[in-house]
Ligand binder design. Structure first.
Ligand code: SF4
Length: 257
């Protein structure tokens, strides 16, 4: 007699650091933000130093996450609000994020990927993720690769390829550029940024984010040295100057005044 074998498929799991239920700075409107665990960059100014470890944090399923989110649905839905996958680096868990975003779309919830663009490769998993991503917020940390390697610990080659891929698929994108004194605030760096993004029609917004050291205590808690100790946020004139350089390429950048 044939034996009936029933197999149950394990649900895909993500590894998250934490979530924030009423985020207002990571995408349009009010957002439910999941900070995923793990990052392959090593930014000197990282304000989420505690998210780097790929094995830390806790595992979660899409169903568990959706149960949490649905209770906030009425708050996050208006004004283009929704969910944001942040980190750490959410793209390292692209398969899980795609499954989660798909579930959000089934509930009519807007999805945003906040990423450093450091995808291992542009493969089917990334394409599946992009199919269910409404908006990408992409950090361009430094176009000069020599400086990028010192600032973020890795080459920017994959990041720039990812930016070009977003252009190719015409994905709605916001660019974020952190203005770090001594690292990204010089004219040459701003010109490189302007040249790189000037023809990208998919970019609908460029934000200049002044460096701050609010996350420095997390480095100390881990027992790690915060090497930008003593670096002050850039003055308003620096942001004005970078904004003007970008404008000369037809790129309208904004920053909070
Ligand atoms: S990409 Fe983000 S999380 Fe990763 S090291 Fe840089 S600032 Fe930190």
């Amino acid at each position: 007699m044939n034996q009936l074998i029933v197999t149950t498929k394990e649900p895909i799991k993500g590894r998250m650091h934490s979530f924030e239920s009423f985020g207002t700075v990571d995408g349009p409107g009010i957002r439910f933000i999941v900070f995923f665990q793990g990052c392959l960059m090593r930014c000197l100014y990282c304000h989420n130093r505690d998210t780097w470890d790929l094995k830390a944090g806790r595992e979660i399923t899409v169903d568990e996450l959706m149960k949490e989110i649905v209770s906030y649905k009425n708050f996050i839905m208006p004004n283009d609000g929704g969910v944001t996958a942040s980190g750490g680096e959410a793209i390292l868990q692209a398969e899980f994020v795609a499954a989660w975003f798909r579930a959000c779309h089934e509930e009519g919830i807007h999805t945003c990927l906040d990423t450093n663009g450091y995808a291992r490769q542009i493969d089917q998993t990334i394409e599946n993720l992009m199919d269910v991503t409404d908006l990408v917020m992409l950090d361009l940390k430094q176009i000069n690769d020599e400086i990028h390697q010192k600032l973020a610990g890795v080459s920017n080659k994959r990041v720039l390829e990812f930016a070009q891929y977003l252009q190719k698929i015409n994905k709605r994108t916001w660019i974020r550029y952190v203005v770090v004194p001594g690292w990204t605030d010089d004219d040459a760096s701003a010109h490189l940024l302007g040249q790189f993004i000037k023809d990208m029609k998919n970019i609908e917004r460029v934000d200049l984010l002044p460096y701050h050291s609010l996350g420095a205590y997390k480095w100390k808690n881990i027992g790690d040295k915060y090497s930008l100790e003593g670096v002050e946020p850039p003055p308003r004139e620096t942001l004005d100057r970078i904004q003007a350089i970008l404008e000369s390429y037809g790129v309208a950048a904004t920053f909070s005044k």
